[in-house]
Design a binder for this molecule. Structure first.
Ligand SMILES: [Zn+2]
Length: 197
């Protein structure tokens, strides 16, 4: 499936979710969990781990349809980039959606740590926040920082996929891959897509 079709599929899926229409693949039980044995997802979603934003549900997709990478703050570190590379190179996926969400705890923590100059309580968290911090450099004012920071973080992590991966950069340059940002409104599940480019 090409990137534009995959994006349209995600948009239709989110509209169906909001309308309360259930994908029959989601209803499959343990007796028949997979509609097919082939691993052919049509999109990668790099998303936050927040439990209120279940990726297959909000896009109304079932088993085998999305290659989902979840990590607090939807950051594009080496493991996430390698996962995207696998999906693109081996599974022929042509769309990567970098999905943030409103009220993101990781982004809020990064914003607060920066505003209060408080060091993170653990080394691992410090390393995570360091991956969000460059996005916060793009904030213009401290007022209402978190909503803007979520979008800046989505854009920044999408840029990292290209700047830190020759494979992905090459696919994008050849128009074989699209990387699109989006933000899910956590309370409703509504997804805003930033797909003007
Ligand atoms: Zn989050």
């Amino acid at each position: 499936m090409n990137a534009d079709s995959a994006l349209a599929c995600l948009k239709r899926g989110n509209a169906a979710f909001l309308a309360g229409i259930n994908n029959p693949h989601q209803a499959n039980g343990p007796a028949n969990p997979m509609p097919t044995l082939e691993h052919r997802p049509f999109a990668v979603v790099l998303a936050c781990s927040d439990a209120r934003v279940p990726i297959e549900r909000i896009f109304n997709q079932g088993f085998g349809e999305l290659f989902v990478i979840r990590v607090a703050g939807n950051v594009a570190d080496a493991a996430q980039i390698a996962s995207v590379e696998y999906a693109v190179a081996e599974l022929d996926v042509s769309l990567v959606l970098v999905l943030g969400h409103t009220g993101c705890g990781a982004v809020s923590t990064a914003v607060n740590a920066r505003q209060t100059q408080t060091p993170a309580p653990t080394r691992a968290l410090s390393e995570l926040l360091a991956q969000i911090n460059p996005a916060l450099d793009r904030l213009e004012a401290d007022n209402d920082a978190v909503p803007a920071a979520v979008w800046h973080n989505v854009a920044y992590q999408g840029e990292r996929l290209v700047s830190d991966s020759e494979l992905l950069a090459d696919r994008v340059a050849r128009h074989q891959l699209r990387i699109v940002g989006a933000c899910c409104e956590t309370a409703s599940g509504h997804v805003d897509f930033d797909d003007a480019s």
